[in-house]
Design a protein around this ligand. Structure first.
Ligand code: ATP
Ligand code: MG
Length: 490
């Protein structure tokens, strides 16, 4: 912008300077053409002309075209009675000293017309002469008569175009240099900001939602007097704060988990005692009335239920705390068969089916926990469907490295409002009925926690008439296992 203004102003000033010079030259040539200014001797020079004043007249009225100070290409015309008479242009200077040192060429009609169109006043005008280019043209009145004189502007135009080219080149080069320098400077100035961005990206990729928070990333120190340095320092303070808050949350979670684990553990012994004493009393030699026997039976059954609940809570607390599993190479096919056998024994009213692939399916896992997963799923299929419902346990291989167990039943399905939360703790369909049936709502949360601890995932898909729970586990390739056949049991 500044370069454009400077360039324009310079060009205008230079142009007017060059035009002034050209006009000066023009006046000189015109003065020589027309001679001194008319005096009282020359009352009407327009009517005079070269023929009228023998004493002062030039031999060659167009001689001024090649005289000193008249550049090559000077145009001249003699006017008589306001009409253009002879009109010529100097075209070359001959080397031959014998002959004429100049050559004049008469102007053609178009060029004469262009000359005649120049306003007749004292001021010089710019005119475009066809075939000759632009000219500075002026009328000159003197003792020699009236002349129209024009000097070429080619040199002026050349000088102006050279100036404009130089200005544009210098401005262009300046802009390129300025943008390069600007880019380099901005890059250098923003380097600390890039470090801030890199730290923020690293922090954003950290798994902070669970587990022990590891948040040691900090923005490298930068000059605190700069804005970037202040941003970095503020981000570091924020990260310190977030780290402290995450630590506090983790500690509080750990305390709660330990409390639940300790409480569950502590409750196991008194519960076992209650169950034992109730059973002892009920079966003891002393006769007791039917009411007492009923009450003892209820004490026993509730103690059993509470023991199950406490065991579940303890297991969840341990899984939450990341207790290591007892991982061994486990034959999933055998586990499925065992679990379905157990389920068939517990629920003979249902129709149980097993589908196994031909090849062995092994996973690395805690077989007791995986057995519990299958029992929970099969137990749900039994507890939450009417007698006679068909239940299928299907083991299949998915891709190269996943084993999937589907437990599918043809029961009424999981209510739509419960489905998204079915894996959450204490999520139950019909709370009153379930509680009566000994349900706590922890079965599926244990399934999810155990499967996640094995690096797998549990999912559910349920519509009335078909509910499928799928447990996906990472599979190990073990060909030492005996071949399995597709077994279908009804
Ligand atoms: N196969 C199924 N068909 C219909 N509803 C189901 C099925 N499996 C689970 N549900 C619903 O999901 C709820 C949660 O199941 P979850 O196993 O977590 O708890 P629960 O079976 O009620 O209690 P428990 O802790 O004794 O297993 C159940 O109460 C039941 O409403
Ligand atoms: Mg259950």
């Amino acid at each position: 912008m500044v370069a454009a203004v400077i360039g324009t102003v310079t060009t205008i000033a230079f142009r007017s300077y060059l035009y002034d010079q050209a006009d000066g030259r023009l006046r000189e040539v015109a003065g020589r053409a027309a001679g001194p200014q008319p005096t009282t001797l020359l009352p009407d020079p327009d009517r005079g002309g070269p023929a009228s004043f023998d004493g002062l007249r030039l031999k060659d009225p167009m001689g001024f075209l090649v005289g000193p100070g008249a550049p090559l290409g000077t145009v001249g015309a003699v006017l008589l009675d306001g009409e253009l008479q002879t009109a010529a242009v100097s075209t070359e200077v001959a080397d031959d000293t014998e002959g004429p040192r100049y050559k004049l060429r008469t102007l053609d009609e178009q060029q004469r017309a262009a000359l005649a169109a120049v306003p007749r006043d004292d001021a010089p005008h710019t005119a475009e002469l066809p075939g000759l280019g632009s000219y500075r043209v002026a009328y000159a009145v003197g003792v020699n008569g009236t002349y129209l004189v024009g000097t070429p502007l080619a040199e002026v135009d050349d000088a102006l175009s050279t100036l404009i080219v130089v200005e544009l080149s210098v401005t262009g080069a300046g802009l390129v240099a300025a943008s390069l320098a600007g880019t380099v400077l901005v890059r250098i100035a923003l380097r600390p900001l890039r470090r801030v961005a890199a730290t923020a990206t690293q922090v954003a990729e950290l798994p902070l939602h669970s587990g022990e928070p590891v948040l040691h990333q900090r923005v490298p120190e930068a000059d605190p007097r700069t804005e970037v340095g202040q941003v970095g320092a503020a981000i570091n303070r924020m990260l310190d704060h977030v780290h402290a808050a995450l630590n506090a949350r983790q500690q509080s979670e750990t305390r709660v988990r330990r409390f639940v684990a300790d409480a569950s553990h502590e409750l196991r012994t008194p519960l076992a005692s209650i169950r034992g004493y109730a059973e002892l009393t009920r079966r003891g030699p002393e006769e007791c009335g039917p009411d007492t026997r009923h009450a003892l039976g209820r004490i026993e059954s509730e103690a059993v239920r509470m023991t199950g609940l406490v065991e579940d809570l303890l297991l969840l607390a341990r899984l939450d705390a990341g207790r290591p599993l007892d991982v061994v190479e486990t034959d999933l096919s055998a586990l499925v068969v065992d679990a379905v056998s157990d389920a068939r024994a517990a629920g003979p009213g249902h129709g149980w089916r097993v589908e196994l692939p031909a090849e062995p399916v092994c996973v690395r896992g805690d077989s007791a926990r995986l057995h519990q997963v299958l029992l929970n799923l099969l137990g749900n299929a039994r507890a939450h469907t009417p007698p006679g419902t068909k239940v299928t346990a299907r083991l299949r291989i998915e891709g190269a490295d996943a084993a999937v167990v589907d437990v599918e039943d043809e029961g009424p399905g999981i209510p739509a409002e419960l489905l998204p939360h079915v894996f959450e703790r204490f999520a139950r369909g019909d709370a009153s009925r379930s509680r009566h049936a000994g349900s706590t709502g922890l079965g599926l949360s244990i399934v999810r926690a155990v499967v996640a601890a094995h690096g797998g995932a549990a999912s559910v898909d349920s519509v009335p008439g078909r509910t499928t729970f799928s447990v996906r586990l990472p599979r190990t390739q073990d060909t030492s296992q005996p071949d399995h056949r597709l077994i279908t049991q009804a």
